[in-house]
Design a protein around this ligand. Structure first.
Ligand code: FE2
Length: 388
């Protein structure tokens, strides 16, 4: 059944203030000062520090007379205990503003630190939609990847280590106050990270466009993201210093982020979250492996939507349904392979024996609620098996 959204249906669209363009990163101290910062907690990870992105920020803050403390104990799927440790650092240093610089992990961790500090509750108690009663302290994000868009989204994904699941915190309270989106910061991503984060952005756009909660505004952003990724992903991978390709990928990520933050996602993300929580696997790589399988499964639930996606990818969009599906899925697979992501779930540690538990966890993920097709646990198990 095709999913239609009535133009009369209520839809809200939330986005932070953002500055886009080369040099945006150097505005952090000024924005922090405008927001009344006395002592800033900088949330980042060792890779970003080593890439040289944190030192200039510290210099700017020091020059502006703003105290600062760096918290870099963030792993690639940010853990609940890391959020709680960061919140302790925030509170003990009497911080009143957070700057997150890095990929989705430091940004999601920073969001968690903010709401834990203001609400004085454990991070896992905020799981779900609109479960954050007290707003967080101001948060400025400087993204270093063109993919996660945590810098504009109302999502924070945190790893519940004891249960081995990623929880989703979806709330206006985790929308940053300012995003300083600087394409130049993405030039230190290696080709594989560029590929995985770029396909993550593509997945955001595809899932938002086909989501049951899509709207005319999110549709615009989703389709533009797909067009930009089609034209720029491979150039950004193969020519890391191509600033035009980097800028267009950052723009694509921004568009995809605005789309999915407001339309939510689907089964690809539900299944990727499950893999990330269970095995600690990288988010973008999981999405890249799963995307074509889930699209093939979802196609008949929203064929007109998938035709528009085909068109945005530069494909014919007037083929008979079955052929259209095959062409679209082949196109996605080809883009993934050209991007250098040629692995399968089995090769990165997933075993058939764990599929039922993975599927059960994916079924409980909030992203599943907006998937265009109503999938059963058996459907999800079959999808994992097809990507094994
Ligand atoms: Fe994602």
């Amino acid at each position: 059944m095709e999913s239609h959204v009535s133009l009369l249906e209520l839809r809200k669209f939330v986005a932070p203030e953002f500055i886009f363009g080369s040099g945006a990163r150097s505005l952090a101290a000024r924005f922090a000062s405008n927001l009344g910062a006395r002592h800033v907690l900088i949330v980042t990870d060792p890779g970003i520090i080593n890439a040289g992105w944190v030192l200039p920020l510290l210099n700017d803050l020091n020059q502006a007379g703003i105290h600062n403390t760096v918290f870099d104990q963030v792993s690639s799927n940010p853990r609940d205990d890391e959020v709680m440790a960061g919140a302790n650092v925030f509170i003990n240093n009497h911080c009143n503003l957070i700057i997150a610089i890095g990929g989705g992990s430091p940004m999601d961790c920073a969001k968690g630190i903010g709401i834990v500090s203001s609400n004085q509750r454990h991070i896992l108690s905020f799981e779900g939609v609109d479960e954050v009663p007290i707003p967080a302290p101001p948060l400025i994000c400087i993204p270093s990847t063109a993919g996660t868009s945590a810098d504009v989204s109302q999502f924070a994904i945190i790893n519940d280590v004891a249960r081995k699941v990623k929880i989703a915190i979806i709330s206006k309270a985790v929308v940053p106050d300012v995003a300083l989106i600087d394409p130049f910061v993405t030039t230190t991503m290696d080709p594989y990270l560029t590929a995985c984060t770029g396909i993550d952005a593509l997945t955001h756009a595809v899932e938002a466009y086909c989501s049951n909660a899509h709207s005319p505004i999110t549709d615009l952003h989703a389709l533009q993201a797909i067009r930009l990724i089609k034209d720029n992903l491979l150039a950004a991978i193969h020519s890391p210093d191509d600033l035009e390709a980097r800028t267009n990928m950052m723009l694509a990520s921004l568009h995809a982020g605005l789309a999915f933050s407001n339309a939510s996602l689907g089964a690809v993300h539900a299944m990727a979250h499950s893999l990330g929580g269970f095995y600690g696997l990288p988010h973008g790589e999981c999405n890249a492996i799963l995307l074509e399988h889930v699209m093939a499964k979802n196609f008949e639930s929203a064929p007109d939507r998938f035709r528009q996606i085909a068109s945005a990818l530069g494909q014919a969009s007037d083929l008979p349904d079955e052929l259209q599906k095959v062409e679209l899925v082949n196109g996605i697979r080809s883009l993934r392979e050209k991007a250098g992501i040629i692995t399968r779930l089995g090769a990165i540690g997933v075993t058939a024996a764990n599929i039922p538990e993975l599927a059960e966890k994916a079924m409980n993920d909030p992203c599943m609620a907006t998937n265009p097709a109503g999938l059963t646990q058996l459907d999800i198990e079959a999808l994992y098996a097809s990507a094994l």
